[in-house]
Structure formats: C-alpha cells, structure tokens
Design a protein around this ligand. Structure first.
Ligand code: SF4
Length: 323
C-alpha cells in the first residue's frame, strides 16, 4: 500500500515537472492588441474580410496582411477606429454594397428550359442550367435573398433581385452564395455600372438577352477618361478612373450600362473665377469656355455634371447648379 502511494506521488511529481517545463518551452505570447481589435470589430464573423471570422481578421491586421477597409460591414465607424488604433491613414472610407451584374429580367432574357424544382438558384443551375438561355445570367430563384441576414435583398416580380443600399452591410454572404457570380461588392458612390457578366461573343449574346453586353466597344471609345475597357467581349469600368459622366451609358446600344447618377446637375462659375483656365483644360466635354484671366462660362448643353472642374478649381468658383 505504502509502495503504491509513494509510486503514484512520484509519478505525479514527474508529470507536474514535465508539464511545467512544457508550458515554459511552448509558451506563446498573445498580443494584447488582438483583444482590443476584436472589441472594435462588429463580431458578425461573416467572412467579408476574407478570413473565417473577426478573430482571424484581427490577426491578419496585426500581421500587416490586411487593411482596416477589409471589414466592409463595420462601415465608416469601425474602419476609422481600426485605422486610428493601428496608426494608419485610410483616407476617405467608401461604403460598398452588393451590386447585381445582370440586367436579364424575365422579359429581356430568353429561356431555353422550364425549371420546376426547389426554389434555390444552386439547385436550379444543376438541373438544366436554371432555365435562362444565357449561362452568365441571374437565374432568379432568390438564394441571395434567402441568405441575406439583413433583409437587404428582395426578389422583384421581373425575376431579378434588388439590393437596398441602406440595409446592405457588404457582408458578402450573397456574393458567396450566388452560383452565377453575378453579385459583387462595389463602391456605393460609383453608380455608372455594367449590368452584365457575359463573356460570350456579341452574336450569342444577342440571341439570349436584349440587354447583354456584346463587346461592341462604343463605351470604351466615348469614355473621355479611359475608364472603360472591353475585355473578352465584356465592358468593364474602372471605378478609380470613372468620373460618373454617364456618356458610356448614354451611348451603349444595348442599354447594358446603367446610370444611377441621373439626373445630373450642370455646374456654374461664379465671379470668383480668376480665368486661370484649369477648368477648361480638365473638362473632357469642352463644356467650359473663356479667355485667360477672364471669367469663364459653362455650356449647360455640353456639361455632363461630372464635376472634374469643381475638384480642380483653385479658387472654389465652380458650384453645382440647383435643378
Ligand atoms: S443573384 Fe444569384 S443568388 Fe440571387 S437570384 Fe440571381 S442567381 Fe440566384
């Protein structure tokens, strides 16, 4: 009996010593900043940042692998707090929302099958491609609406979903769930958008959709700031270059480009103008005329309201006209 007690005590002491040594050897320092960052993050664990959840994003931030703007659902407040805590400058934070890149309503898109199964886009695509003839189109069974935790997506009677910008947190759940990849997160303040994802050739697009991009290249030609490029038969707009003038949308023969900025207000120039001519030089539409050192004027017929001149005027003499 005594031997057993002594043996067990000895074994216990050896084990305790071993554990103590292991805890010292394998001790991992936890960065106290992690807890603070997790406290700032919204705790949705939605994955919009590209990590499995908020704790993973916090680690990525501290490792310098991520930017505060990666947490789109956190919005301006969270992003600013993260930037301030990390001592970073994120500039003007732009809210993103989910945007539909398809205009093929039930009326405009051709059908090549009738799907009658479970009302789920993923299931529909597995059986006969979902019914619409365009293999890039929204199939319209509302999986995005079903997965949206914020009620920001509603299916319309025309067969396409609408995203309510005020409710959308850019959590990315609909983007991930959409089997056709026709939803993408885009800056809210860029409202001239291509509502098509098809890279089929023009002839094929014309057969399956009345509003599909045929890659004709007119938008690329008319864009005054080289923000539009046609790649693989599909027009793409670079939001960093786009000035939202809407000329591409005006000229698109397929009505594929949507202009959410309408109606635009032209600008006017006040007496504060010193005739430096910068506005006339930056205007892509030749809408501003005037001699050097004289008051310049805006031709409202030509002005698209892009406001490039407003940003460049050194004496703040240009304002947006009230409708
Ligand atoms: S956007 Fe995607 S998920 Fe939503 S209805 Fe269309 S195909 Fe389905």
């Amino acid at each position: 009996m005594v031997t057993a007690v002594v043996s067990l005590t000895g074994l216990g002491l050896v084990a305790a010593f071993g554990l103590s040594l292991a805890s010292k050897k394998f001790h991992v320092e936890i960065d106290p900043r992690l807890e603070i960052i997790e406290g700032i993050l919204p705790g949705l664990n939605c994955g919009a940042c590209g990590y499995a959840g908020c704790p993973g994003f916090a680690v990525g931030l501290l490792a310098g692998e991520s930017e505060p703007t990666g947490c789109a659902p956190g919005g301006e407040v969270v992003i600013s707090q993260l930037a301030e805590f990390l001592g970073l400058d994120v500039g003007d934070v732009v809210k993103k929302i989910a945007v539909l890149q398809c205009g093929g309503t039930n009326e405009k898109a051709a059908m090549d099958a009738q799907y009658e199964g479970v009302q789920d886009c993923r299931a529909a695509i597995l059986i006969g491609g979902g019914g619409k003839a365009c293999r890039y189109s929204c199939v319209g069974y509302g999986t995005c609406e079903a997965v949206c935790p914020f009620d920001a997506i509603v299916m319309k009677p025309d067969g396409l979903p609408i995203v309510y910008a005020d409710k959308c947190t850019a959590c990315n759940k609909c983007v991930v769930a959409c089997p056709r990849d026709v939803l993408a997160l885009e800056p809210l303040n860029h409202e001239v958008r291509v509502s098509c994802s098809s890279t089929d050739t023009g002839g094929r697009v014309r057969k399956v959709c009345q509003v599909g991009c045929t890659g004709c290249g007119i938008c690329e030609k008319v864009c005054p700031v080289e923000a539009v490029k046609v790649d693989n038969s599909l027009a793409l707009i670079n939001p960093d270059k786009c000035v939202e003038c809407g000329i591409c949308a005006d000229n698109c023969p397929q009505d594929t480009i949507l202009d959410g900025m309408l109606p635009r207000s032209p600008v006017f120039i006040s007496d504060a103008c010193n005739g430096c001519t910068i506005c006339a030089k930056v205007c892509p539409f030749d809408a501003i005329q005037g001699e050097t050192k004289e008051l310049h004027v805006v031709d409202p017929e030509r002005c698209t309201g892009c406001q490039l001149c407003v940003e460049r005027c050194n004496v703040s003499a240009i304002s947006v006209a009230k409708n």
